[in-house]
Design a protein around this ligand. Sequence first.
Ligand code: C2E
Ligand code: MG
Ligand code: MG
Length: 717
Amino acid sequence: MNDPKEKQCILIVDDQQANLLSYEALLEDFDAHLLMADSGHAALALMLKHDIAVVLMDVQMPDMDGFAVAGLMRKSRKTQSIPIIFVTALNTEASYVNRGYEVGAVDYLSKPIEPEILRRKVQVFLQLDAKNRQLRDSLAVIRQSLVEVQELRDRNDLLLRSVGEGILGLDVDGYVIFANPAAEAALGHAGVGVLKRHIDQLLLSGGEDFCWLQSPLYAYCSQGKSYHDRNHYHAQAAGRVFPLEITATPMMSGRGESARFSGVVLVFRDISDRREAEKQLLHMAQFDALTGLANRNLLSKTLVQSLLAAEASGHQLALLFLDIDRFKAVNDTFGHDQGDRLLQMIADRLRDCVRDTDFVARIGGDEFTILLEAGDARQASAIVAGKAIEAMSRPFYLGEHEVHAGASIGIVLYPERRTDAYDLLRCADMAMYRAKEMGRNNFQYFCVQIESEISETVKLEARLRRSMEQHELFLVYQPQYDLEHDKICGFEALLRWSPRDMAAVSPLRFIPLAEDTGMIVEIGDWVLREACRQMLRWQTQGLCSMAQTISVNLSVRQLKEPDFVERLAHILAQEGLPATCLELEITESMLVEDPEVAVRILRQIRDIGVRLSIDDFGTGYSSMAYLSQLPVQVLKIDRAFIADIESNDKDAAITRGLIALAHSLSLRVIAEGVETQGVFEFLRAQGCDVLQGYWFSHPLTPEAMLEFLRRNADRVH
Ligand code: C2E
Ligand code: MG
Ligand code: MG
């Protein structure tokens, strides 16, 4: 397109330089470029280069006359329509003039030139050219618009064809007047297209027949407003009904005041997939994927509703909180897959313990709840709890393994405890803890006393967390006496806790707490390090020999730490105590829970040179046969048997048997809790190797131990 501001060009062609100058003088005040050529060739060259509005050309020129130039101009598209004003001598013959017209000249001027006529003519041609230019520009604009309109149309067409949404055009009466391929595919069926059908036949609204004129869709659109919905509409097509999300936009004909509702563009989308996903999400949010039971969320909701209903109906509720006793051991021993399998079997058995109207949920790893509604909730819950305990104590089979789980159950009753859903669950949980304390595999009802005791525990737990940094923990040491050689053969390190602001707490109370909370791992590391350090100190002070050992009690939780053995080796190396001077005491419960894992880890411990003893032997359930497979060197008979040896024949017989058994397995025997001369005599007579107890020494602080060792110097080396 021409630049409208670009100046027009006038080309003057004449072989006489003087003529050129006089033309220039005549035309110089025109708002145009004056181009000069002194020959036909030069003129043609300029014409090809510039847009010329008009040519003023002398006919008689030496090389090529004006007509010849005009003839050549007519041959090129660029130049053929440039108007020419020929300048000739006066009285030129008509035949001569006609030649000019034949080659397309449009006008003549005769010499001598009348300046005014020249200027007028040039002026006319310039105006003509200006009009031409305008016309050309308008044409270009129109052409461009046409191209754009076509492109837009193509694009819309493509859009309508390719969008996933179905698009229907409806007239005011609800008949389909156009449908894109997606709409046809969704709503049409073999042989029956969608065009010309009525929308009432294609939609359902709220599961009922759709009625165009009574629909909100029509109401909105007929008032010129759009309408959107994703909840109420279904499509019915070829026997299939599926949910739709729809957007209806009114079509209006005319503008402004005269605009009239002429139909609706209905865009719809099949949202079956989305609905399905929503359903699954909802399910996942409320149910446990592993067992299919309700989860904690759904339990909370159900509890709230049940409380309201119970309030209204006067019914009672019981909430049972079950914790699977040995689940963690199974999970650790057989792996998570088997753990999951066990949970599924547990869920199945629990379902079998209840009626359809009762509500079972899994609310945590191995925690389940059962919610019952009954006229007499205490009685109903006792029956269900009894059944559940029976079901949980039957063996489970994981492949060829027989597994024993067991359950501890806490129960809270409503309205006995008139409270909210959250508190009810908390109370049932507390009662469950009490059931665990009572020796597992039983059920306990919640009562206020449990709550006050548990909150004591919670306080103590918080206090214990700070005990390490407050340096409130320390060790005492109890000497062990070798009967045969009349020597001190070792020491048991025993943990003590003296909180600054309260009385000392028994390890029997705080160690289980440290185990439950996992604090025992950190505390246990500290005990190990401290005991090793103390032993080395006595050795370097010459108070102990290398033959003596320091015994440290170990908790199951410590053994279960995946890197326990490395940590142990690390502590020994750092403290510089020979591994043979350390003995670790483990309890039977560790072996019962996880026999395979325990044996593997115990072997690793033995392999680094640390001695192992079984503590409190006789109180657990480990079989005698199993004992022979363990890499332990020492067996400690629990003080419960020792205490009454003198008065209780049965205990005496057991102790005798245990000593004989241990010896047959080449184990050293330590009797703990020896308080009297009589017991000492009995044990010596039975060939017991070592004894530990108040008879020989109470546990002593390191300071007291210095005195003790000095007094017993002859029993050290
Ligand atoms: P345990 O390992 O069987 O420790 C022996 C317990 O018997 C100690 O109780 C000791 O003071 C007590 N005892 C020793 N001689 C006599 C006696 O002649 N008569 C009586 N009646 N008792 C005697 P303590 O120190 O209260 O420890 C109790 C339990 O706490 C220990 O039993 C042990 O299982 C655990 N424990 C103590 N220290 C630690 C520790 O550092 N780590 C771990 N994991 N457990 C520990
Ligand atoms: Mg011990
Ligand atoms: Mg013991």
